[in-house]
Design a protein around this ligand. Structure first.
Ligand code: SF4
Length: 436
């Protein structure tokens, strides 16, 4: 039964999980729109009758959120508020069979690489000429750009290769066209993302070509900031840092998940790198760009981890004083090689360890932020919230890093760059006034 007869279909796309999922939703939106299908992203007006839920299947918490979102919309369908519920993304890719049995009310399930099939469901054609075209769901002055899909690494805790498949790089020419298209839409900042950024090119060019891609993107007129996320430390191509140093529109910012510090854990996690090699790499990166902003991610509670390992992780943070750190608790994922190990650390203890590590980082972050007071930074204005302008320096990526609370005597516009003299610093934020 149609909810309202003769009403034109309106599709709401809901994206869960990471920025890579968000890019997939943006690509799907552009394809549907190009087929004259009315499509919105995260529609608060609720005047849609069809939803596509782009799920995450990475770790327990994310899977729970995805299942709850599906059940919530299936309930709306039962109530007659929705006509169709479609599910795609990593959770669907990973658990399709059991989900089809458990939630039969869902109209169709799709995997992570089945865009043409989703379009077919809407009697829409896949328009190859739209490659790189997206309906942005971010504020229009910044966007994510996925430079490859999948991953060839074998980190023992990670289920991503099960959901995203092998590594596939996008050609440089295609990415440059995509960047030019984004700049035409008003984008000033692009976050480069992938499952594993530094592997770029090894498949299609038979060698690491991230430095060449970076130079090509840095040549795109109007692109003010290019930011690197998800770099892998093992066999890290240091030429990336040289290009970063030479090109002013590549932020002196590097997100490089390291996951742990102790050799025993790094080995069990199959990270293909040792503590000594990480120390050397961090030292080399900092010697080439003093003041570069280093972000990393760590996992607490991996099977077999001891109190000594956590003490070592805290020492590692004090030794390297990273600018930005995120700590996750280990999630025991079936299908990963670590799943064969006993998940012998209780969840509460995992969270206690993660908290303890973050307390060390909080102090470091506060001290490093203090060093910024009295200095002037170029800040990208993001938004006005509760009467205050908020922005970021080149050392801060969206949603995960520090924000700058900006005092200004004049009206500011999101997407505008201003110079800000930092007057106050907090654990994770800065405050300052515009200096014209
Ligand atoms: S690099 Fe490791 S952690 Fe990252 S997506 Fe690949 S397998 Fe997972």
């Amino acid at each position: 039964m149609k909810t309202r007869t003769l009403r034109k279909d309106k599709v709401n796309i809901i994206t869960l999980g990471c920025s890579k999922n968000m890019v997939d939703s943006e690509v799907l939106s552009a394809q549907l729109k190009a087929n004259d299908i009315d499509v919105v992203h995260e529609n608060r007006k609720r005047d849609h009758n069809i939803v596509v839920i782009n799920t995450c299947g990475f770790i327990d918490k994310a899977k729970e959120e995805s299942v709850n979102t599906i059940l919530e919309h299936v309930a709306l369908k039962k109530k007659g508020t929705l006509d169709k519920v479609y599910v795609t993304g990593c959770l669907s890719e990973r658990y399709r069979q059991s989900l089809e049995e458990e939630i039969p009310e869902v109209d169709a399930w799709f995997g992570t690489l089945e865009l043409p099939l989703i379009l077919k469901q809407f009697e829409a054609d896949y328009k190859a000429e739209l490659i790189g075209e997206r309906m942005l769901s971010t504020p229009k002055h910044y966007a994510y750009m996925k430079i490859s899909e999948g991953c060839n690494r074998t980190c023992s805790f990670c289920a991503i290769p099960l959901m995203r498949g092998a590594h596939v790089s996008k050609p440089i020419e295609q990415l440059v066209r995509e960047a030019e298209g984004l700049v035409q839409k008003g984008v000033k900042e692009i976050m480069l993302i992938a499952q594993e950024l530094t592997y770029y090119g090894l498949d299609i060019y038979k060698k690491r070509e991230l430095p060449r891609l970076l130079n090509a993107l840095a040549d795109v007129k109007g692109l003010e900031w290019i930011r690197l996320h998800y770099a892998y430390p093992s066999k890290f191509p240091l030429e990336i840092i040289d290009v970063m140093k030479d090109r002013p529109n590549i932020c002196n910012y590097l997100d490089m998940p390291l996951q742990h510090s102790s050799d025993r854990m790094l080995k069990a996690m199959r990270r293909q790198i040792t503590r000594a090699e990480m120390n050397e790499l961090i030292g080399e990166i900092r010697s080439r760009i003093p003041g570069i902003c280093l972000r990393t991610t760590l996992i607490a509670g991996f099977p077999g981890e001891t109190e000594e390992d956590i003490e070592d992780m805290k020492l590692f943070l004090q030794q390297h004083r990273f600018d930005r750190v995120g700590v996750f608790t280990y999630s025991h994922e079936e299908g990963t090689s670590a799943h064969a190990l006993p998940d012998n650390i209780p969840q509460q203890e995992k969270e206690r360890r993660a908290q303890e590590v973050m307390e060390v980082q909080q102090e470091i972050s506060y001290e490093k932020n203090q060093e910024k007071t009295g200095k002037v930074f170029k800040v990208l204005v993001d938004k006005k919230e509760a009467g205050r302008y908020l922005g970021r320096t080149e050392f801060d990526s969206v949603e995960v890093d520090n924000e700058v609370i900006i005092q200004s005597h004049r009206k500011l516009t999101p997407g505008e760059f201003v110079n800000v003299n930092i007057t106050r610093a907090y654990d994770y934020d800065l405050e300052g006034e515009v200096v014209e």
